[in-house]
Ligand binder design. Sequence first.
Ligand code: SF4
Length: 192
Amino acid sequence: MNPTRRSFLKIGTGAAMASVLGFDLKAAYAESKELKIARTTETRSTCPYCAVSCGVIIHTIGDKAKNVTAQVVHVEGDPDHPINRGTLCPKGSSLMQDILNDRRLLKPQVRRPGSDHWEDIPWDQAYQEIARHIKKTRDETFVTTDSQGRTVNRLETIAWNGGCTDTNEFNYLAVKTMRSLGVCFIENQARV
Ligand code: SF4
């Protein structure tokens, strides 16, 4: 909606009149908000922007039929979340614009040595390339003993950094996998 000055004044006057005449508009406003999320599916997640890791509820519309693409229609703070108790900072409040953004990356990308640009690659190719790089690096740099001859069996040339939207289960698997490779440097953006 792009109101003209005249229609803006009309709307303002209408609201003022309703108020003067004793109508309580709070219920109407609450009802319109309720209608917006009445048929949505709620998904609990974590704001990805910073290490505070506020809880969010993502409202999605769509009946989950096979040929239906679910659509995010609203994002709000999770009132049951112990960190933020329903609040979000301005950045977190704009999360929907991050989700519904035509500049959002949906495919793996790689920048080759010496290249000045990123290129899209298929997921299968990304998995294969990552696996090959990990094996090659590990084979070439795995440390079995330290300078005093003590057994250490560690890999100092690969690091792992998780994101704050990773679940506990995902983090558990990631840490197990990294430790099994000998990786020492393991971090998570949200320290969860
Ligand atoms: S809502 Fe703000 S404070 Fe909370 S995680 Fe997101 S960016 Fe950080």
